[in-house]
Design a protein around this ligand. Structure first.
Ligand code: SAH
Length: 394
């Protein structure tokens, strides 16, 4: 493996600088009502503000159930604008849209909205950059800038729900049905804020989007203690584990966190999660030509997962600029699938949306990040793509 691609350190502790102002979506209902009272308004104004926020209303003038002379002050104090659209890019005949967002400190993150026949999914970012250093992932190569606040994460889903309601994606007005944490960042490295985000996604109006547990997927490199914590505190959302190799020797290089928590520990933690929730987890596996796509590795993966509550989601690699790696050729993909299925493991190959807008898995890197405050590691000189994947079909 190319040294230049493995030299990044693992970063767990995000820089503290840069966190945005407090927002209603960072607070519980009780906290929001207390905050509004402290500002000298009746507590129920918090519920009204929440309803506007989760419906995607951002202009105080449209908050007509608030007294006209309080709208601006209340909105400024409780609903500060945290996400500014830098640009939208569409693909797949207008059914995929990637949005580049600028945060209050200039950091950039991306989300991708994908419309399918029976559902619409938004792929959201939980951190600006990522500290997990996976060498095949554009975001991983950027390093970690900072954690997003709960409101910054929730805001991406709210914007997606509003875009669907307003008919901004081809196909007319619709409803956001699914959220996947497969954008930039490692969600379980920003645990508390992601946990708050799950509450907001699942809570019915006015304090949330009212999505169903099974339609929300948290994807992780395999932070075992955080998986166990999620199991205990659970919101019973779907779990996806980015495995990418069945053996520790290879996984140590592809998913560097494996040097801390091994393959066996990760699948054991995922099993416990599945047992608790009664729902299969997905195993994400990017097929990389001649790196992890050999028939013997398919057999190893089959042996590892047979009998577990797991489903394998194969993702042909989206090569990132400057990477020596490529996607597995079709015959190798087919052989890999056949061997897994022969072992009795449910397997699908991911339909990758938005490749022409760098909106595919592993390519989300907010590529015009020139001028952003410095990140934990140097920004690569190449323009990384980003991506966000379509989640696997159920
Ligand atoms: N940190 C989380 C979310 C990352 S993005 C995680 O690791 O699970 C979601 C998925 O895209 C992960 O499975 C990730 O490994 C995968 N991915 C990253 N870069 C990729 C690439 N270049 N090609 C294909 N999949 C990639």
């Amino acid at each position: 493996m190319d040294d230049a691609m493995t030299a990044l350190p693992l970063v767990f502790d995000a820089p503290r600088r840069g966190m945005p102002p407090r927002h209603l979506a960072d607070l519980t209902r009780e906290e929001a009502r207390a905050a509004v009272s402290e500002l000298g308004h009746p507590a129920f104004r918090a519920d009204q503000l929440a309803r506007h926020f989760y419906r995607g209303v951002t202009d105080p003038a449209q908050m007509t159930d608030l007294p006209a002379d309080t709208r601006d002050a209340l909105a400024e104090a409780m609903l500060p604008g945290l996400l500014t659209v830098v640009r939208h890019q569409t693909a797949d005949n207008g059914r995929t849209r990637k949005t580049l967002w600028r945060l209050h400190d200039g950091a950039l993150v991306e989300s991708v909205l994908m419309r399918y026949p029976g559902r619409t999914t938004v792929c959201i970012s939980s951190q600006a950059g990522c500290g997990m250093a996976c060498p095949f992932c554009a975001t991983g190569q950027q390093g970690l800038t900072r954690n997003l606040s709960a409101a910054e994460i929730i805001g991406q889903a709210v914007a997606a729900a509003a875009a669907m309601a307003n008919g901004e994606l081809d196909g007319g007005p619709g409803r956001l049905s699914n959220v996947v944490f497969m954008g930039m960042g490692e969600p379980l490295a920003n645990y508390a804020r992601v946990r708050k985000t799950l509450d907001a996604l699942l809570t019915p109006a006015p304090y949330g989007l009212g999505l169903s547990q099974r339609s929300v997927t948290v994807s992780t490199v395999g932070l075992v203690p955080a998986i166990r914590r999620l199991t205990e505190e659970g919101r019973n959302v779907t779990l996806a584990v980015s495995l990418h190799a069945p053996d520790d020797e290879l996984r140590d290089t592809l998913v560097p966190i494996n040097t801390r928590w091994k393959v066996g520990e990760v699948v054991d933690a995922a099993d416990a999660y599945a047992k608790k929730t009664g729902r299969r987890y997905s195993v994400e596996y990017a097929l990389i030509r001649d790196v992890n796509d050999q028939p013997f590795r398919a057999d190893l993966l089959g042996t590892l997962l047979a009998g577990r509550l797991a489903h394998v989601n194969l993702i042909p690699l989206n090569p990132t600029p400057g990477s020596p790696w490529d996607a597995s050729p079709l015959p190798a993909q087919r052989e890999f699938v056949a061997r897994l299925r022969a072992a009795g493991v449910a397997t699908t190959v991911r339909d990758t949306r938005g490749q022409d807008i760098d909106g595919a898995c592993g390519q989300l890197a907010a590529s015009d990040s020139v001028g952003v405050p410095s990140v934990a590691v140097p920004v690569p000189s190449v323009e990384p793509p980003v991506e966000l994947g379509a989640e696997g079909d159920e």
